[in-house]
Write a protein that binds this ligand. Structure first.
Ligand SMILES: [Zn+2]
Length: 58
């Protein structure tokens, strides 16, 4: 299994002592505060497709 979305810091206590959780895909555990959390991909943002205003298009 490949985990591509790896957090660098715990979103709760900010520690770096993270390890893959046992609850499945995207699950992580923090060794510092003993919290388990899950990362999930929600989708791509559409605002990246909006053209910048003020761009010279003559
Ligand atoms: Zn933590």
């Amino acid at each position: 299994m490949s985990e591509r979305a790896a957090p660098f810091y715990c979103p709760y206590c900010g520690d770096e002592d993270l390890r893959p959780g046992e609850q499945g895909h995207g699950a992580w555990e923090c060794g510092a505060c003993n919290r388990a959390f899950k990362l999930s991909f929600l989708g791509l943002l559409t605002r990246g497709l909006v053209k910048e205003r003020g761009h010279d298009r003559t």
